[in-house]
Design a protein around this ligand. Structure first.
Ligand SMILES: Cc1cc2nc3c(=O)[nH]c(=O)nc-3n(C[C@H](O)[C@H](O)[C@H](O)COP(=O)(O)OP(=O)(O)OC[C@H]3O[C@@H](n4cnc5c(N)ncnc54)[C@H](O)[C@@H]3O)c2cc1C
Ligand SMILES: NC(=O)c1ccc[n+]([C@@H]2O[C@H](COP(=O)([O-])OP(=O)(O)OC[C@H]3O[C@@H](n4cnc5c(N)ncnc54)[C@H](O)[C@@H]3O)[C@@H](O)[C@H]2O)c1
Length: 469
């Protein structure tokens, strides 16, 4: 077969950009195909706009009296908030742009790709062929089969950031990361917000940590309803959600935050025989599909759906394709953070997962931010860090508090064995910073040893010798 390229990458989101850019930097001939905006979901309707919106909401939420300073009630200029969100996207866009990736050596093709045989991709009337293909086609909002939904205008992350007005009363379906972040942000900006979730809020996170966020959001004025949406009716500006339990919630706008569905249909996967899992393309630990020369990375395969995961899988397949060495992804120390106020961050195992896996070998060291001087000085003491240990080895951590996500990096190093509690407990940490909490908890793992029987005996012996001299 005459190959036109060494690698064809379909999709220019976080996963595809990393894979294509990395292979091109190794000198391979790469075709990168994107049918919509370069940068995919994270840049255009995911992480970037949501974090820009959250930043605006934090400014609004700072109003009131605290620390002896009185700020007047905020005036929210939605058009300006909207401009800030789209300004952030525009500022980051060059990083993901066609020009930047062409500069790295990729052939960037703007069009709809379709697999026509196991080595061939049709796009814009051309047929490209390569020995390796990387699928990075992402995911889309999962729209649950709720009766009436098709007849009512609703929001998802795909149109939320195009809103031209601040919702009067936003009803959010789903208490995962999207639902929680957006519910709090719109509430702080002045919308009434009701969040409907039938199960647990932030179900993948530590329960103690989620309880702190939930309390903060209730204090902000978010109303939580534990039930499932059974029917939706109404029209723009007047929407009614009828709950499975019989109650009703009324609002002006409806946001679906009910999870993601992998984008796997309509581009030839079925025809060439790539196998699917429950919600995405089935892959092995090296991110190879059932056709071993075709990889699937990021949101389109079954597994965690996060930008840094997409990027990590992109790097993984670059190494495997470019060196020929099998390269497995390692999620022992997978971090994530939900950017509510306070943030809730998780890495590795939660306490419950660790106890299930290691039983009595697990101990948990916990410190509240009310014991951390920086947090006290700033009046931001909500939250805690929980360090989950097997012996003295960190196997997980849950953090809830201001900027919790910024504390994750040394914990990644500890879980992956690049550092340990001894090093972290002895580290010099600038005072006063929130990192004091990591040092304090790591040291607790060693405290019984450092101040144990033998060090005490030794110190006592030295002291008695000095007394005699
Ligand atoms: C509101 C929201 C907030 C989020 N916030 C965070 C966050 O703070 N942190 C975090 O880590 N994650 C966050 N995420 C998740 C994150 O956005 C995704 O995990 C990530 O963007 C997935 O990247 P990807 O490259 O796999 O897919 P995408 O970014 O979806 O890229 C796939 C690309 O493939 C293209 N494509 C699909 N089919 C074809 C085809 N046949 N031909 C050509 N092109 C095609 C699509 O147009 C798309 O551009 C958030 C998600 C949402 C919805
Ligand atoms: N900060 C971050 O890292 C961040 C932020 C946003 C999104 N994301 C990623 O984006 C993806 C999507 O997030 P998400 O929050 O949409 O999905 P999710 O799967 O985390 O949560 C969806 C929630 O919707 C609920 N739900 C389902 N059907 C419902 C119904 N009919 N009525 C009410 N509730 C219903 C589910 O019980 C679940 O709790 C996730 O994979 C997440 O990792 C990450």
């Amino acid at each position: 077969m005459a190959y036109t390229h060494d690698v064809i990458v379909i999709g220019a989101g976080a996963a595809g950009l990393t894979a294509a850019g990395g292979c091109a930097l190794f000198g391979l001939e790469v075709a990168l195909i994107e049918r919509a905006e370069m940068g995919g979901e994270c840049l255009n309707n995911g992480c970037v706009p949501s974090k820009a919106l959250i930043a605006a909401s934090r400014r609004a939420g700072a109003a009131g009296s605290a620390l002896g300073v009185h700020l007047p009630a905020p005036v929210v200029d939605w058009a300006a908030v909207h401009a800030h969100i789209h300004g952030a996207i525009a500022a980051i866009a060059p990083h993901d742009s066609q020009g930047r990736f062409e500069g790295m050596g990729c052939e960037v093709i703007r069009g709809d790709a379709r697999l026509t045989d196991p080595h061939s991709v049709a796009v814009n009337g051309r047929t490209l062929c390569a020995p390796r293909i990387v699928l990075a086609t992402g995911s889309e909002p999962a729209v649950p089969p709720i009766p009436g939904l098709a007849d009512v205008p609703y929001l998802t992350n795909e149109n939320l950031f195009a809103l031209t007005e601040l919702p009067g009363h936003l009803v959010v379906l789903g208490g995962g990361a999207v639902g929680m972040e957006m519910a709090q942000a719109f509430r702080k900006l002045g919308s009434q917000v009701t969040l409907v979730e039938p199960g647990q809020l932030l179900a993948r996170d530590d329960r103690d940590s989620v309880a702190v966020v939930e309390a903060a959001m209730r204090a902000d004025g978010v109303a939580f309803v534990t039930d499932k949406a059974a029917r939706v009716s109404g029209k723009a500006g007047a929407i009614t959600v009828t709950l499975a339990g019989g109650g009703q919630v009324q609002g002006t706008h409806l946001l679906l935050a009910t999870g993601r569905r992998a984008r796997v249909a309509g581009y030839g996967l079925e025809q060439i025989g790539v196998k699917l899992g429950d919600n995405g393309i089935a892959v092995d630990a090296r991110r190879r599909t059932s056709l071993k020369h075709i990889y699937a990375i990021g949101d389109c395969r079954d597994g965690p759906r996060l930008t840094h995961v997409a990027g990590q899988e992109g790097s993984n397949v670059v190494l495997e394709i470019c060196t020929g060495l099998p390269t497995k992804v390692d999620w022992r120390a997978l971090p994530w953070c939900t950017y509510t106020l306070p943030e809730v961050a998780q890495i590795g195992l939660t306490e419950a997962q660790a106890r299930e896996q290691f039983g009595d070998a697990v101990t948990v060291q916990r410190e509240g931010f009310d014991h951390i001087d920086r947090a006290v000085a700033e009046g931001e003491t909500a939250g805690h860090m929980k360090l989950v240990l097997k012996g003295r080895k960190v196997v997980g951590a849950s953090i809830v508090g201001d900027n919790a996500g910024e504390l994750l990096l040394p914990l990644w190093q500890a879980i992956t064995g690049k550092t340990g509690t001894f090093a972290l407990g002895g580290a010099i940490v600038a005072y006063p910073t929130r990192s004091d909490v990591t040092k304090a908890l790591a040291f607790k793992a060693w405290e019984p040893t450092v101040f144990g029987k033998w060090p005490k005996k030794w110190a006592g012996l030295l002291a008695s010798l000095r007394r005699r001299s």
